[in-house]
Design a protein around this ligand. Structure first.
Ligand code: CDP
Length: 227
């Protein structure tokens, strides 16, 4: 019988990790589109856990209860639409209150463990582009290409501001910048799977690059890896 684990590990993965609003999601989905591969938005799973915690009235300090929410998440990804218990929560999980709570519950190793296999299950032929914080370090340490995408905090705050405005949310740039610094520091300093570049990752600074230029930079690294 074929070992499904061994079979999965032969599927190529490109990981794109980096701080909040560095453009990982957009870049990952465009790279995947160009290669005809699937994507994993791992941050969405932490955001969904945060939303589940709110909806179920779970105390966010109660690690075991939060891990249970993560383990039992009833979620479906339908193209760009994300359903939690059958309800469309695509826009709701992008709001800043959810992002901030996601970053708080992501600190718990039990929550990370609860989401681990769910993330690995996205690895299917012909390939996967996975974005997050620990894709190259913890979830897919054997990934074929690892990118660490960074950008100046001001550039990231501006991008997030535009993104949220376009979705019709009311936002304040100064608050965003403050939240973002807090989130960067929490993500980088936590004990479990902190935000750090894998030793074999390639760092791309997108502060002065357009989306297309960044996508092209990733694809160029991929072609070089194949050559
Ligand atoms: O959009 P943004 O980059 O702010 O966040 P996200 O990628 O949607 O992730 C939301 C939160 O989940 C982050 O602030 C991280 O704390 C956490 N996260 C994580 O710990 N590990 C991942 N692989 C992905 C996200």
């Amino acid at each position: 019988m074929t070992d499904p684990q061994a079979q999965a590990s032969s599927v190529p993965v490109i990981t794109i990790d980096g701080p909040t609003a560095s453009g990982k999601g957009t870049i990952a989905s465009r790279v995947a589109q160009r290669l005809g591969w699937a994507t994993l938005d791992s941050g969405a799973l932490y955001r969904l856990t945060a939303l589940g915690v709110l909806q179920e009235g779970v105390n966010a300090e109660d690690v075991a209860a939060v891990a249970r929410v993560a383990r039992e998440l009833d979620v479906a990804f339908r193209g760009d639409v994300i359903l939690l218990k059958g309800e469309d929560v695509t826009n709701r999980i992008r709001q800043e209150d959810i992002g901030n709570l996601a970053s708080r519950v992501a600190v718990y190793p039990e929550v990370r463990e609860a989401l681990l296999q769910r993330q690995r299950d996205f690895r299917r032929p012909p390939g996967l582009v996975a974005d997050g914080r620990d894709m190259g370090t913890v979830v897919f340490p054997d990934a074929t290409l690892k990118i660490f995408l960074v950008a100046a905090v001001e550039a990231r705050a501006e991008r997030r501001y535009k993104q949220l405005k376009e979705k019709g949310f009311s936002v304040n740039l100064t608050d965003l910048l403050e939240d973002m610094r807090a989130r960067d520091s929490r993500d980088a300093n936590r004990a479990s799977a902190p935000l750090v570049a894998a030793p074999d990752a390639i760092t791309i600074d997108s502060s002065g690059l357009s989306i297309e230029q960044t996508v092209q930079a990733v694809l160029d690294h991929w072609s070089a890896r194949l050559a």
